[in-house]
Each structure stands twice: as C-alpha cells, then as structure tokens.
Design a protein around this ligand. Structure first.
Ligand code: ZN
Length: 355
C-alpha cells in the first residue's frame, strides 16, 4: 500500500509517497481501507520539526502523516466486539488514550494525561490501509459521504469543542473568528451560525476576504492586515464588542482579540500557530470581566456529537480541494501559503482526483 511519509524534518521535499507492507489488524483492531484523509496545519508543523512546550512530535521517522480520515472496514482481528462490521463506513477518532482514567471513562479524551494523536506522535492516516482499535472508529450516519466525513475528525471535533462544549454559544450572540480560512476556523463559523449566532470573521488578505464573504453562514468579514483592527470591530458594534472570539493564531492576534470582546466576553483559544507568547494587558481582561477559555482537540463525546449533528442537520463540511496522494506536497504548500478556505483532502482509494 501507499502512504505519505516524512523521512526527516524540513521543507516539502521531506515528504515522500512510499510503499509500505499492508498492516494486519491485531486483537481488538479493525483494518480500515482509507478513502480520504485530511491535511491539517499539524502536518506542516510536524514536517517542519516545530519544538517547544506542548508540541507533539512523532515517536520515530519515517513518519506517516495524517490526523484524520474516513474509510471502510475491510478486515477485523480477534476479539472485535459487535459494534463494527465488515463493510461499515467509518471515521477514525484521532486520539489514543489510556481508556481507564476518569477523564477517559467520561469521554473527555483530550483531558487524559496519556493521550496521543494519530498523525502526530502515532503513525498517521495518509495511508491506504490503517489498523486501528475497533473502539476508535465511529460508524458514519447514512447521509454523510466518506469525502465529507474525512474533513470532520480534527477540524469539526475541535470546532464543536470550541463553539458548543466550551463557549456554549447562544442564539443572538456575536461570534468573531480570527484567521477565517483554516479548517477549524471555517468549521467554528459554520457551527456558530447553526447555534443562531451572528458570525464575523477576520482575515489578512483581500482575496481571502472575498472568498469568506461567499460563505452563506458568514455575516461580516474584516480584512485585518495590520494590528489595531479591534477598533473596527468595536465601531461595528457601537462600542459594545462581541460576545465570543475564537482565536487559533495566538501571539499576533491576542491583543486585538481581547479588545474586541465586550463586557464578560469569552476568548476561546484552540491553537497558537502564530506564536504562543502574547503581549497582553491583564487589566484589559479582568476589568471587563472577560474570560480566556482553552479548548484543545475535544474528546470522544465531541467527536460522536458532531457526527450526529452533521447526520441530522445535513450540514456539509467546507472542502477547499481534493488532491490525489501523489500531490500531497502541493497540499502542504497551499496550507503554508494560507490560500485555502476549508479542508484540503487527499484521496487514497484511487489515483485520480474527482472533478
Ligand atoms: Zn485516560
């Protein structure tokens, strides 16, 4: 079978499409024929060899990339319980955890002190066959295609954790999403709109702003190439500020994100792709009753709930493009150039990208 792997850390030339032996499912595992896998910002950071507190790195090289994907169960090892059957269409939950601590027992997987992520520490899903514990796969609701499902596990589970579980966005609130084109950001906008919120976005480029304005769930887009853009947000709210800001950029945007919040507003943090040491005023936080809430990738509960929501609502994930596996480098370049809106997928089951 074929896989996209990094052989070292650095530029896109470190990514190779390699042939690997077909995996054999062990006890309690199923073998999934992966139809589509998504690219994530994490792929780029892992390939570049990012280091620092809280940064996840592969246990060994070469390392197959890919945090999320969807496919069909084609084989099962011994002792697989009756929850999955051959032929089932499934999504794969990206987190591996101890399954025994109190957080795991309550489905709060990302609070487990021993949790690791597929595609980060563990080998990833950008391979045509993947052996995984049967407990880590979720049968897809009927209306959801494998293509759409592959866009969900990382971005939409995180967005669900941000918007529903953590921020508890309510109808009528104003939600501002920073850096509007990324997978989590677009998913957060889509879910916030379904909660009845007014959805605003920021982006640094006019070209990206034009694409975001075409999304039916986005009410307003601020083009913010320079710091100080919170003044524009405050103007647009007659000085009241917004109720929720979703920020995965970090250091470059935190100050404006906090200043964009009204009294009691919530800053939900789900990443720090632009740096993790912001220059902020603590007074600007507490004197306005503002709150900062951390929301890393969610738990099994969030994963299960967002799939159920997509199944019953008919909402389709926003997909920027689908590339065949052998064009994986192109996907990395698009992520680095931040030219995408929504998810970039790799198609693994054939060599051809759909039209
Ligand atoms: Zn645990």
């Amino acid at each position: 079978m074929k896989a996209a792997a990094i052989t070292g850390h650095g530029g896109v030339d470190q990514i190779q499409v390699v042939s690997l032996p077909d995996p054999v499912p062990g006890p309690g595992e199923v073998l999934v024929q992966v139809a589509y896998a998504a690219l994530n910002r994490a792929d780029v950071l892992i390939r570049q060899g990012l280091t620092g507190p809280g940064v996840r790195r592969p246990h060994r090289l070469p390392h197959v990339l890919g945090v999320d994907g969807a496919g069909t169960v084609v084989a099962a090892g011994a002792d697989v319980a009756g929850t999955v059957a051959l032929g089932d269409r499934v999504a794969i939950f990206p987190a591996m955890s101890c399954e025994t601590c109190s957080a795991c027992r309550r489905g709060l997987t990302s609070r487990c002190t021993r949790y690791t992520l597929i595609g980060e520490e563990e080998p990833g899903l950008q391979q045509q066959l993947f052996a995984v514990p049967a407990r880590s796969v979720l049968r897809l609701p009927d209306p959801l295609s494998l293509r759409d499902a592959a866009a969900v596990p990382a971005a939409y589970t995180t967005a669900w954790t941000v918007v529903v579980t953590t921020a508890a966005v309510r109808a009528g609130e104003r939600v501002l999403v920073i850096g509007g084109g990324g997978g989590v950001a677009v998913a957060a906008m889509q879910l916030a709109a379904h909660c009845g919120a007014q959805v605003w976005a920021t982006t640094r480029s006019e070209q990206k702003a034009a694409r975001l304005r075409e999304l039916p769930f986005v009410d307003r887009v601020f083009c913010t190439p320079d710091p100080g853009w919170s003044a524009e947000v405050l103007d647009a709210t007659d000085g009241d500020g917004v109720d929720v800001v979703v920020d995965s950029v970090g250091a470059p945007t935190w100050r404006d994100s906090i200043r964009s919040l009204g009294q009691g507003g919530r800053l939900v943090v789900c990443g720090a792709t632009g740096g993790d040491v912001p220059d902020i005023s603590i007074r600007e936080l507490y004197q306005s009753n503002r709150r900062v809430l951390g929301a890393p990738f969610g738990g099994w509960n969030d994963f299960r709930d967002v799939f159920a929501f997509l199944g019953r609502s008919g909402v389709s994930p926003v997909i920027d493009r689908v590339l065949p596996l052998d064009r994986v480098r192109e996907g990395h370049q698009a992520l680095e150039a931040q030219e995408h809106v929504g998810k970039i997928l790799l198609q693994l089951d054939t060599g051809d990208a759909p039209a």
